[in-house]
Design a protein around this ligand. Structure first.
Ligand SMILES: [Zn+2]
Length: 304
């Protein structure tokens, strides 16, 4: 569904495509159509609105168009226009609706004689197209320079002050907090994948809070702490069941001391294995995010 809609629109409009985002010229202006991670379709452009009068006449006309064609929209910083298009039953129908909205919007901007601008700084004109965080826009050379410098500075700062050791300790604390949740929830008998997600989130947050280094080692360190925490949670579960077993009559200290011996029993490793499968499944999204952050991919801009 995702690729199909963007594919149809790309062909109809002769736009250029990167991932699930397309950008191109319609009339004399640039527009981009993007399918973002929350799966909504948005039509984006940047309109140079010189003053209050232009702004008012533009939003009045947009409101009229909205009534006609049914969409929601948002104007940020007086120039960034995002129109959110609801999905119809088929990709074809959604494409048709999107094209009608694009047509209407372009006509409206013709009537008001409105021009495009840089998506970031609102400087009037047409510029090169870039994909930034899954949305395509046109950006002026000054904004591109400033953006690249910011990324460079961030990378330098991270290389100087970020540390894998601090990150590991932070992630471990986070993951161990997650293993408390794990014990409670497995006791109640719920699915471990959800707890895996919470555990991964805690490990990831711990890593960041402790000042962990953003780099290739980030994702493996987080995965390692999750594995440790899941093993820990399983041993803790054994300790708890030993404590609760009145026939054995162990003191809590004795139960804790005995519980690691369960690691010599095959059944324990079957439990741990199951736990790992669910835990890692639940945390895949966060692991993927750590990998992209580690390589600074989430901040990189791609030129068309
Ligand atoms: Zn700019």
């Amino acid at each position: 569904m995702t690729n199909k809609l963007i594919g149809i629109l790309q062909e109809d409009l002769h736009f250029e495509r990167k991932g699930d985002s397309i950008i191109g010229t319609h009339g004399s202006r640039w527009y981009s159509i993007n399918r973002n991670s929350s799966n909504t379709v948005s039509l984006v452009t940047s309109v140079n609105l010189e003053d209050e009068t232009h702004f008012t006449s533009f939003s009045d006309a947009l409101k009229q168009l909205k009534k006609e064609l049914k969409f929601s929209y948002n104007i940020e910083e007086n120039h960034k226009l995002t129109i959110v298009i609801g999905d119809k039953l088929t990709s074809k129908a959604t494409a048709k609706k999107t094209e009608a909205i694009l047509e209407g919007l372009n006509r409206l901007m013709d009537e008001l004689d409105l021009k495009n601008s840089c998506f970031l700084c609102n400087k009037e004109g047409r510029f090169d197209a870039y994909l930034v965080a899954a949305t395509s826009t046109e950006l002026c050379p000054e904004c591109i320079n400033a953006y690249n410098q910011t990324i460079g500075a961030l990378k330098e700062e991270n290389a100087l002050h970020g540390s894998y050791l601090k990150g590991f300790l932070g992630a471990l604390v986070g993951a161990l907090i997650g293993s408390i949740l794990w014990v409670v929830v497995s006791y109640l008998g719920y699915l471990a994948a959800l707890v895996g997600l919470a555990m991964a989130y805690l490990a990831y947050s711990g890593y960041k809070i402790a000042g962990g280094k953003l780099g290739k080692g980030m994702a493996p360190i987080i995965i390692f702490t999750i594995i440790l925490a899941i093993i820990f949670a399983n041993v803790a579960e054994v300790a708890i069941s030993l404590m609760l077993d009145t026939e054995l009559g162990l003191t809590p200290m004795e139960a804790i001391r005995m519980s690691p011996r369960s690691l010599y029993i095959a059944d324990t490793w079957i439990n741990i294995g199951m736990g790992l499968i669910f835990g890692i499944l639940g945390s895949l999204g966060i692991i993927r995010q750590s990998m992209s952050e580690g390589s600074f991919k989430h901040m990189e801009i791609e030129k068309y």
